[in-house]
Design a protein around this ligand. Structure first.
Ligand code: GLA
Length: 397
């Protein structure tokens, strides 16, 4: 969930502070900001204990806030132009719905850990497109986790805040996401991609070359089936693990199937479980190869792995759609392209493109025109560098 108009040129932090003054007739004490994220490679592997490589984008959510003496929370959303209110002690899964379920879920998850967050007044603004696959929900959660942390005086490391936010999303909001989005938002660093092992939660920050830009293209397709199909893929992976564990008890997740033994293991999986497993095992290997390629400055190799990831998501994991496939095909023919693939859950949403800085404008012109010819509308585009993760500032000296 994001708030505010993605095309607005006013920084979300400024909009949030102004919104706070209008909504509460007061001045905020602090401001938290949390970026969206785009995954460069490693799709649908976080919940298979695999490895992912996201970066934080420049689009972000800002929350201006002030401590309250009681356990009440009031949140004004600039985008929805409404204020939601709840009492932390009264929260139970599902008790707050809509955009306010995210801050409520975070307060609930903290309380579940016995952390007793204090109440606050807050105003939210942002420019991450809602439902576009750039993790506006994780950004909203992390910005509020940081806000509750600041007003209550916890000292929880960002990695742990990310896990609490995943709990909020899984058990309060009711979305069965993996851990990638929250950790990317919480722990990203400027100029670097975050190599995350979703089994051990070990992180390695890998510098991105200055010679490339990350271009996110939004197909504009918002599919209702995204969450039902996402859950179905998760169940298929679990089913594949159950069957493979009967053959080899060391297989606890698809992560445990090494590429070398994959062909013999596939014999034990009926369709479509064999395709799903082939994607996951191949994708984890591609992430490792992509990380090595980046570290060795082999950006062309990185690009090839990106295209291979898209093919696997399209043919084996079956989470693409015509619009995403067209965006990747157009990108392949466009000037300056290094690599392109669908990013996030799929079934619509965005592609991520690695493009030479010098040709970024030509690239955009080519893809926009081609997409318009095919689908009658231009895709929205975000050109970004790898941005810093979650932060909080004091607004009063
Ligand atoms: C969504 C989920 C993530 C991840 C991706 C697919 O973004 O929130 O946890 O599973 O899909 O890689």
């Amino acid at each position: 969930m994001s708030t505010s108009d993605p095309t607005s040129v006013v920084a979300p932090g400024v909009v949030a502070r102004q919104g706070f003054s209008r909504a509460f007739g007061d001045t905020p004490e602090f401001s938290a900001r949390a970026p969206g994220r785009v995954n460069l490679i490693g799709e649908h592997v976080d919940y298979n204990e695999g490895i992912v490589l996201p970066v934080a984008v420049q689009n972000e959510i800002a929350v201006a806030f002030k401590t309250r003496a009681d356990g009440r929370v009031r949140v004004f959303s600039d985008n929805f132009q409404e204020t939601a209110e709840f009492q932390i002690a009264d929260l139970a899964p599902g008790s707050v719905v809509g955009w306010a379920a995210y801050p409520a879920g975070v307060a609930w998850a903290l309380a579940q850990q016995g952390l007793a967050p204090r109440g606050l007044d807050a105003a939210v603004a942002g420019n991450i497109p809602i439902g576009g696959g750039l993790s506006s929900s994780a950004a909203l959660e992390l910005a509020f986790a940081a806000a509750f942390q600041r007003v209550t005086g916890f000292d929880i490391p960002n990695l742990e805040l990310a896990r609490l936010c995943q709990q909020a999303e899984n058990h309060y909001v009711g979305v069965n996401c993996g851990i990638m989005d929250q950790i990317a938002v919480a722990c990203a660093e400027a100029g670097r991609a975050l190599l995350l092992d979703c089994r051990t939660l070990e992180i390695r920050q890998i510098p991105l070359p200055q010679s490339v830009r990350i271009v996110v293209l939004d197909s504009g397709v918002k599919r209702e089936l995204r969450s039902s199909e996402y859950n179905r893929r998760r169940r298929e992976c679990e089913e594949a693990v159950t069957r493979l564990a009967a053959v080899d008890p060391d297989v606890r997740a698809l992560r445990d199937v090494l590429p070398g033994v994959l062909p013999s293991m596939l014999r034990h999986l009926p369709p479509p479980l064999d395709r799903r497993a082939r994607h996951v095992v191949g994708e984890i290997e591609r992430v490792m190869l992509a990380a090595v390629a980046l570290e060795h400055g082999e950006i062309e190799r990185f690009g090839e792995l990106s295209f291979a990831s898209h093919r696997s998501l399209r043919d084996d994991y079956q989470v693409s759609c015509d619009e995403l496939d067209a965006l990747v095909e157009l990108a392949r023919q466009a000037p300056g392209i290094i690599g392109a693939r669908l990013t996030g859950a799929g079934f619509g949403g965005c592609t991520v493109n690695i493009v030479s800085v010098a040709l970024a404008e030509d690239f955009l012109e080519y893809v926009r025109a081609g997409y318009e010819r095919l689908f009658g509308q231009q895709p929205s585009a975000f050109v970004t560098t790898a941005s810093p993760g979650l932060s909080v500032d004091s607004l009063q000296s």
